[in-house]
Ligand binder design. Structure first.
Ligand code: GCW
Length: 725
């Protein structure tokens, strides 16, 4: 562990850098949504100052030090006022204390203790309440555990940042999901798989001795939205991460993150006992192998007492796994679960499995495999399921596994990094995508059996629950490449804490904290963000199309990909366009993947009367002349959607350009340039796809649409040898 003094020296250093940053005008985005720039409205500022004349803060643990530092920075920045300690409680005071430490002279501790219970209220939850005694106002932030105070204080700071009324607060908040983690697909050489914002944040070579100040800012950002875990390395894992050399480095990061309530997890390679342990096999039922993992777990916990556990990609896309020994995913997961159990760790076992040799629709394979294993997983195993049955496409129906394994705790896996949504150059707010999936109704019990209720454990009464987001962070100064991609990290965290929030309220908060508090600026930006994902679906994969992107790097359109070693990695496998029509028949007459859903969902998707346009070609193969609800033929509708998606990007670009001189110059210019790329690529997608599908439909592009200015051949010949992947 880092000595506590060293830790605070680093923190102080960071504080100074932060203050220097504040005084510079141009905003490079480094400060994320934790800007704490002075509230411009004097009346609001003064009203806040009046309520926070003093601060009463109990406790001097490392967590409470973090709480105090953060609050101090926020008050200093937002209000221009230092944090003034005072325990006599004669002036308006902000009280921050665990329920047992509340000043009993003025507060009824018991009342607070009861308010911190009920409905799965967690130690990480908090209450914020305004109390008036004679002429004095107390704003009380309390919790059962210190991390609750941390989250409570960040919540309170957010109220100030977004200029909310804090006169009469009565807030009770507790995370709905227990494990709220980021998955970093970061390799030990600092490349990031599907990373579009520089190199990995983790400077392995200099660890454990050198602690970058940005590690602390990373932790602050996560804690501010309630993220409480981070898987440091790629699921395509190097076994090296489990060697003593690397475990020491991992431990150093764990020490930095601990006061911020963040646990560290590792992705493991299933064959590690062979790769680094000198064993001949990695068979999960072999006693030597089991012992190896038990010893490895003990070694890790010795270094990292609050280690979170393992994330595993096994028997998927070439990774080793229990099936190499004729064992099941449950055998593999349970072996690791047993090793971690004595120390309190969990296994996050991914359900992203499919095999080219299995001649079955890829959309069915994970379901087929895991439904049979329901009831066989140990109680510290979470099965981590991607939001849709294929692979993080711009739009997919929810994964049919959600709700189908009542005896297994299922975790959600979202992708924050935009592998299939324009890398980091397209402005795509993913809050709406996340919400669409979380709110989807599986109907496995009855109406209202939403995906959110499956993963928060409430539908089937599970005590552990989890959610993962594949991170979009890197060494780019603004962390995520595109400043708007910060909003996706932010929205993921907020929804992981509370999936009942709306995508719109989260976006509004983010804009106010990141770009401007002025409604005339907030509103047009909000509009851009809220429609951005739908636009992207339209210029990339409208009407339920999917998986038609560039080969391997996944950059740009390539619906023509075919004749590759794996047909489930080609585009033609998914769109199935021919002279008659287009789409993947997943109804009874086709692969019948629709049968994996509960009856009401199955019926809705199966019938052309009720299948939403958004999922039409996901489930149906239809003639080019099929008449849509709009009255257009399928071919015309497809063209209109492609054009509309691209046209709206142009409008987004114009809306952004209107903001010149209204927001920070550096941010303005950054987004302006990104929008030029975004528009260019939206048109590229549109043209390439329309021209390609036209070779099958043989129909003209509707006359009111402009013709693509380049040939299909031109688009097919583009190549990008160094595109990130
Ligand atoms: O979407 C695919 C990506 C792979 C990734 C894989 C997975 C980490 O193209 O890069 O590997 O999914 O989720 O395992």
């Amino acid at each position: 562990m880092i000595p506590i003094r060293k830790f605070y020296t680093i923190l102080l250093l960071f504080l100074m850098i932060y203050m220097i940053n504040l005084s510079l005008k141009a905003d490079d985005g480094y400060r994320l949504w934790l800007k704490y720039d002075k509230i411009e409205n004097e009346a609001i500022r003064e009203s806040y100052k009046k309520l926070i004349q003093k601060t009463f803060l109990i406790g001097n643990s490392s967590v409470m030090q973090v709480v105090e530092n953060e609050l101090s920075m926020a008050l200093h920045g937002l209000l221009g006022q230092p944090l003034l300690h005072n325990n006599d409680l004669t002036q308006n005071t902000l009280i921050i204390a665990l329920e047992n430490d509340l000043p009993s002279a003025i507060l009824d501790r018991e009342k607070y203790a009861t308010s911190l219970t009920g409905d799965n209220f967690s130690d990480q939850g908090f209450v914020i309440r305004t109390i008036r005694k004679s002429a004095v106002t107390y704003t009380v932030i309390t919790a059962r555990g210190e991390s609750g105070l941390l989250y409570g204080v960040f919540h309170f700071i957010r109220l100030l940042q977004t200029c909310q009324d804090i006169d009469n607060l009565n807030i009770k908040s507790s995370p709905k999901i227990k494990h709220r983690v980021l998955n970093h697909w970061d390799n030990l050489d600092r490349t990031v798989e599907r990373g579009y914002s520089g190199f990995s944040l983790w400077d392995w070579q200099k660890l454990p001795d050198y602690i970058h100040s940005y590690y602390i800012d990373y932790a602050r950002a996560n804690a501010s939205v309630g993220i409480n875990g981070t898987v440091l390395n790629n699921v395509n894992a190097s076994p090296q991460i489990l060697t003593p050399l690397y475990l020491k480095k991992v431990a150093a990061l764990a020490d930095v993150f601990r006061p911020y309530g963040i646990k560290v997890y590792l992705s493991i390679r299933f064959s590690a006992p062979i790769d680094i342990g000198g064993l001949k096999r990695a068979d999960p039922l072999d006693s030597e192998v089991r012992q190896w993992w038990a010893d490895k777990a003990a070694e890790i916990y010795e270094l990292i007492p609050n280690f979170g556990g393992f994330l595993v990609k096994a028997n998927s896309e070439g990774q080793p796994g229990p099936q190499d020994y004729g064992r099941t995913h449950a055998d593999g997961a349970n072996m690791l679960a047993e090793a971690l159990k004595p120390h309190g760790g969990v296994v996050m076992w991914r359900a992203f499995v499919y095999d080219n040799k299995v001649k079955e629709d890829r959309a069915k394979q994970a379901y087929n495999e895991f439904v049979l294993l329901d009831g066989q997983f140990n109680d510290n195993v979470l099965v981590q399921v991607k939001n849709g049955p294929i692979d993080f496409q711009p739009r997919e129906p929810f994964h049919p596994l959600f709700g189908a394994t009542p005896k297994t705790s299922l975790m959600m896996e979202f992708q924050i990094t935009q592998e299939y949504l324009g890398f980091s150059t397209h402005l795509v707010y993913l809050g709406t995508l996340f919400k669409e999936v979380l709110d989807a109704d599986t109907y496995v019990r009855d109406m209202g059996s939403t995906v959110a209720k499956v993963i928060d454990g409430s539908l089937h009464g599970h005590s552990i629950s989890g959610i993962a987001g594949v991170a979009n962070t890197g060494t780019d100064r603004n962390w995520t490449g595109h400043i708007f991609a910060q909003a996706n990290w932010y929205a993921y965290g907020r929804l992981a804490w509370d999936h009942t929030l709306t995508a719109e309220e989260i976006a509004r908060d983010w804009i106010k904290m990141t770009l401007s508090r002025d409604d005339d600026i907030v509103n047009p930006i909000l509009e851009m963000m809220m429609e951005s994902r739908e636009n992207t679906v339209n210029y990339m994969t409208p009407l339920g199309l999917h998986h038609i992107m560039g080969w391997d790097h996944h950059y740009g359109p390539a619906p023509w990909i075919k004749d590759k070693p794996r047909d489930d990695w080609t585009s033609v496998y998914y769109h199935r366009a021919n002279e008659e029509g287009i789409g993947f028949d997943r109804t009874e007459t086709g692969s019948n993947a629709v049968s994996l859903y509960a009856k009401p969902v199955r019926q809705k998707f199966s019938s052309l009367e009720t299948c939403p346009d958004e999922y039409l070609l996901w489930f149906h193969h239809l003639d080019w002349t099929y008449v849509m609800r709009s009255g257009n033929t399928l071919w015309d509708e497809l063209c209109y959607r492609y054009y509309d998606g691209a046209e709206r990007v142009t409008r987004m670009k114009e809306a952004w350009n209107d903001l010149q001189d209204k927001i920070d110059d550096e941010i303005y210019n950054h987004v302006k340039q990104m929008m030029i790329i975004h528009e260019k690529e939206a048109i590229w997608w549109r043209n390439a796809c329309v021209l390609y599908f036209q070779t099958f439909s043989g129909l003209p592009i509707p006359t009111d649409l402009v013709r693509p200015d380049k040939s299909l051949e031109y688009y097919m010949n583009l190549s990008f040898p160094f595109a990130p992947k």
